[in-house]
Design a protein around this ligand. Structure first.
Ligand SMILES: Nc1ncnc2c1ncn2[C@@H]1O[C@H](COP(=O)(O)OP(=O)(O)OP(=O)(O)O)[C@@H](O)[C@H]1O
Length: 506
C-alpha cells in the first residue's frame, strides 16, 4: 500500500492537531516551570543541615523517581474516588496530567538543581558571609543565579523530555497530539501517515522551544559577553564625576580607645587535630600586623576565626572592646553579622562573584545592607575601583581580568562596606610573580591611610616593610610577636632563617 502523502500533508491544516499542539505546549511549559520551582525547593531541602528537612525531601525524590509516570497518571486521575473534594480539578484530564507530571518532574529537577548547587564553589558562600549577607540573601543573589546557569542545559533537556512525556497523558483522555492521531487512524486505518504527522508535530514543538531555550542559555553565558575597557576621554569624564574615595577609616590610636581586636586564649580543633593552641593577640586601631609561619602552622585558621568563618572551641574574640565571639555561647547570628560588617576579608582565591560585573561585585554588599541610595553607592563603588586602579574595567566580568586585577577588585569589594579592620588571607599566593606588586601596593596604601590590618602572607620583605608587628606562628602557637625592627636585630635564628634574613649577625 503506497504512502498517502496528500493525507499526510492535510493533517498540518487540521485545527484539531493545532489545538492539541497548544495543549502539549501549555502542559509541558507549566509542568517544566512548576517542576523547576518545586525541584529547587527539594534540592535546597536536601542540602539542609537538619535531618527533619533533608529526610522528607530525599524520600520524595526517591519515591517519585521510582513510580512510572503512566501509573501515576492513572492514579491521580482516579484520586477523586478517594478524595471527592479534588474532583472538580483532578477529574479534568489537563489538571490531572499536569499534577502527575509536576510530581514526577519535581523529583528529577531536584537532582538537576542539586548538581547546580553543588557546583557553586564554597568560597562564594564564604565571601557572602564575610560581607555580612544572610543565608537567604546569599541564595538569592549569589548561589541561585550561578546554580541556575550551571543547571540550564540539563533543564533545557528536561523540557524536551516533558514534551514527549505528554503523549502518555492520552491514557486519561486528554486530547493531546497522540490521542487526536489515534482517533483518526481508528477510522481510516492510515496508521503510518497519521503517526508520521504526529511525530512531526512533536519535532516542531521540541525544535521551537529547544531553540528558544538555547537562546536563553546563550544570553546567560557570561563567556560570550564582550569586555569593555573604558579609555581616554570617557574614562577621564567618569573619573571627574566621582566622589573622593572614603574607603579606609584612619584610626590614630587615642588614649583610652579599646583595642580594635583582641583574641583571648583561642583554641581551634578540626576533629582531633588541634590547630590553634591558645592564641592571645592584641591589635590596636590603625595597627598593621603580618602573620607569617610555616605551612600548616595555623595562620589561615587564625584569620578565619576572627570573622567567624571558623568556629572556635575555646576562648574569646573581642571587637572594639565588646565581646564578639565567645566559645561555648549559643550562636548569636545578629551579633556575629554586626561584627562581621566591621571586618573586611580578602581571600587567597579572590572569590569574586563570577556572574556579576566588577562594579556590581563592589556594589552588591552595600546595596544589600542599604547603606545608601543606589546612585550614590554606585558612584562610591566606582571611586573605590579607581582607587585600586580598575575604573576602566568596571563593566567587565571577573573572568575578563587577570588574577592581580581580580584581587584588587576583591579588596575594593571589602572596602565598600567601610570596614574598621581588614583581614588578608595570603592575598598574593595565587598570583603570578609579576602581578603581586600591584596588589601589595594597594595594601601598602591602605596601611599608610591608617587601616587596621591583619595580613597572612609569605611575602617576607613586604611584611617587614609595612607591618607594625610581625607575628610568627608555629604549630598552632604564636612563636614570636615583635616589630620588624626587633626581628631584624634580635629575632631568633629560626625566625630570621624563615624570613630569609642573614643569620650571621656579627
Ligand atoms: N577545614 C579543615 N578541616 C580539617 N583540617 C583543616 C581544615 N583547614 C585547615 N586544616 C588543617 O589545619 C592545619 C592548619 O591549616 P592552616 O590552613 O590554618 O595553615 P596555614 O599556616 O595557613 O598553612 P598555609 O601557609 O599552607 O596556608 C593544617 O594541618 C590543615 O591541614
Amino acid at each position: 500500500m503506497p504512502f498517502e502523502w496528500t493525507y499526510f500533508f492535510s493533517m498540518f491544516s487540521m485545527p484539531a492537531f493545532w489545538k492539541a499542539s497548544w495543549t502539549v505546549v501549555k502542559l509541558s511549559t507549566l509542568a517544566w516551570l512548576i517542576g523547576m520551582l518545586i525541584g529547587f525547593g527539594l534540592a535546597s531541602a536536601k542540602q539542609s543541615l537538619h535531618a527533619w528537612v533533608r529526610m522528607p525531601a530525599s524520600i520524595y525524590v526517591w519515591f517519585f523517581r521510582s513510580v512510572p509516570l503512566l501509573v501515576l497518571l492513572i492514579f491521580v486521575y482516579n484520586l477523586p474516588q478517594l478524595f471527592p473534594g479534588s474532583g472538580p480539578i483532578l477529574s479534568q484530564p489537563f489538571y490531572a496530567g499536569l499534577f502527575a507530571l509536576v510530581l514526577t518532574e519535581a523529583a528529577y529537577m531536584a537532582e538537576i538543581h542539586r548538581g547546580g548547587l553543588l557546583s557553586v564553589a564554597k568560597g562564594q558562600r564564604e565571601a557572602a558571609r564575610a560581607l555580612g549577607i544572610r543565608g537567604l540573601g546569599t541564595q538569592r543573589l549569589i548561589v541561585v543565579p550561578q546554580a541556575f546557569r550551571i543547571a540550564l542545559p540539563t533543564l533545557t533537556n528536561e523540557y524536551v523530555t516533558i514534551v514527549k512525556l505528554t503523549s502518555l497523558v492520552s491514557v486519561i483522555s486528554l486530547t493531546e497530539l497522540l490521542l487526536v492521531g489515534q482517533r483518526l487512524y481508528a477510522q481510516n486505518f492510515l496508521v503510518l501517515e497519521t503517526l508520521g504527522a504526529v511525530a512531526l508535530y512533536y519535532v516542531l514543538i521540541v525544535s521551537l522551544f529547544g531553540w528558544l531555550l538555547q537562546y536563553l542559555e546563550r544570553h546567560l553565558d557570561l563567556s560570550r559577553r564582550k569586555s569593555e575597557t573604558l579609555e581616554g576621554a570617557r574614562l577621564q569624564t567618569l573619573r571627574e564625576s566621582l566622589p573622593a574615595s572614603t574607603a579606609a577609616t584612619a584610626q590614630s590610636p587615642r588614649a583610652g580607645m579599646p583595642d580594635a581586636l583582641r583574641l583571648n586564649g583561642v583554641h581551634k580543633r578540626y576533629g582531633n587535630h588541634h590547630v590553634l593552641k591558645g592564641i592571645d593577640l592584641r591589635v590596636r586601631p590603625g595597627e598593621v600586623i603580618s602573620i607569617i609561619g610555616p605551612s600548616g602552622s595555623g595562620k589561615t585558621s587564625l584569620i578565619r576565626t576572627v570573622n567567624g568563618l571558623e568556629r572556635i572551641d575555646e576562648g574569646e574574640i573581642v571587637l572594639f572592646g565588646e565581646s564578639f565571639i565567645h566559645a561555648g555561647d549559643a550562636p548569636d547570628s545578629r551579633r556575629l553579622r554586626a561584627g562581621v560588617r566591621r571586618i573586611g576579608m580578602v581571600f587567597q582565591s579572590f572569590n569574586l562573584f563570577p556572574h556579576r560585573t566588577i562594579v556590581d561585585n563592589v556594589l552588591l554588599a552595600p546595596r544589600y545592607h542599604r547603606l545608601g541610595d543606589t546612585a550614590t553607592l554606585r558612584q562610591q563603588a566606582l571611586a573605590l575601583l579607581d582607587k585600586v586602579g580598575l575604573l576602566a574595567h568596571a563593566e567587565k566580568y571577573p573572568h575578563q581580568l587577570s588574577g592581580g586585577q581580580q584581587q584588587r577588585v576583591a579588596i575594593a569589594r571589602a572596602l565598600a562596606m567601610k570596614p574598621d579592620i581588614m583581614l588578608f588571607d595570603e592575598p598574593t599566593s595565587a598570583l603570578d610573580p609579576e602581578l603581586v606588586g600591584d596588589v601589595l601596593n594597594v595594601i601598602r596604601d591602605l596601611a599608610s591611610e591608617g587601616m587596621t590590618m591583619l595580613i597572612v602572607t609569605h611575602e617576607m620583605d613586604f611584611a617587614l616593610s609595612i607591618s607594625d608587628r610581625v607575628v610568627f606562628m608555629e604549630d598552632g602557637h604564636i612563636g614570636l610577636d615583635a616589630s620588624p625592627e626587633a626581628i631584624r636585630n634580635h629575632g631568633s635564628e629560626r625566625v630570621r632563617r624563615f624570613i630569609g634574613l642573614e643569620t650571621d649577625r656579627t
